[in-house]
Design a protein. Structure first.
Length: 308
């Protein structure tokens, strides 16, 4: 097992790969904690934005990870994670010996285990560390992180984990366990968003005051975190993507594959997946996942609020 680098928070060099709605907030939380942070994103505007707020910008993942003790990867899926690690400008070319790679992408647990093995064979640590909490908690450093990996990986990653999260669950000694926990979360999240959008659009079809519906339901037993978080997007008519429809096309698709392998029925997740697929097919794939309400409105003729 490779030795852990000195990751004292005063000296740790950190790279954040992926400065989207989650990664940008995570990078800012790391910077706010006094850490030396370099950021990279395929969109140069995101890098420029991070530099304007005091971070260091990078032209490639390898550039960001040069001599890094910790690399935090906040990309969409396993394929992007593999490219970040092993592509032509991959971070494993530049990380210092014994550094830790923190993978926050949602992926199949088997793929997380395979990536971990390849990373550790090169003399680095790998922490399987999916995240939950949304963009607001990423910005405030209050995420929930569902992590698994070796004790040295956790020790090496600790300065970053402490800066990014309110809760870090240490779920096991090998990669894949954190990914499996995240998939359970995503099953619930995807179904709950679909249910919230179905409910608020039915309320619109009934001619109810939607602001009052939100007030009543969030104080009642039918409330969920997703109803409370996503319905305001519908009420504002604002579908700027904080978490896109395509994310749940991917994640509920992974759940279908996992469940099929286990010969386990997931009918609610399957029904929700069909709604996300329909929304993506209707051209809403890159819009906020609350756009399921717009799909219900199109199907039913219900009238939803529009942005001013």
């Amino acid at each position: 097992m490779p030795s852990s680098p000195d990751t004292d928070k005063r000296t740790a060099r950190i790279a954040v790969i992926g400065l989207g709605s989650m990664g940008f907030g995570m990078a800012r939380s790391l910077k706010r904690a006094g850490l030396d942070v370099a950021g990279y994103d395929v969109a140069s505007t995101a890098v420029d934005r991070f530099v304007a707020q005091g971070g260091r910008g990078a032209q490639t993942p390898a550039d960001a990870a040069k001599n890094a003790d910790i690399v935090v990867s906040v990309v969409v899926n396993a394929a992007q994670t593999e490219t970040v690690l092993f592509g032509p400008d991959g971070v494993t070319q530049a990380m210092q010996a014994g550094a830790v790679f923190i993978s926050s992408a949602t992926m199949d647990p088997a793929i997380a285990r395979a990536l971990s093995g390849r990373v550790e064979a090169l003399g680095f640590h790998y922490l399987d560390a999916p995240i939950s909490g949304g963009a607001k908690k990423a910005e405030t450093g209050e995420l929930t992180i569902m992590a698994s990996g070796s004790k040295p990986a956790f020790a090496a990653a600790r300065p970053a984990l402490d800066a990014m999260a309110a809760k870090v669950y240490e779920l096991g000694g090998e990669a894949g366990i954190g990914a499996a926990f995240k998939m359970i979360n995503q099953l619930l999240a995807g179904v709950h968003i679909a249910a919230a959008c179905e409910a608020i659009c039915l309320a619109a079809k009934q001619g109810l005051d939607l602001d009052k519906v939100y007030e009543v339901i969030t104080a009642s037993a039918g409330n969920s975190w997703m109803f409370e978080n996503r319905v305001p997007h519908v009420l504002a008519g604002d579908y700027t993507p904080l978490s896109a429809i395509e994310i749940f096309v991917k994640d509920l698709g992974i759940i279908q594959d996992m469940a099929r392998g286990e010969r386990y029925p997931v009918p609610l997740a399957a029904a929700a997946l069909q709604m996300y697929l329909a929304a993506a097919g209707a051209g809403m794939g890159q819009d906020d996942d609350a756009s399921l309400a717009r799909l219900y409105a199109k199907l039913s003729g219900a009238s939803l609020p529009v942005a001013p």
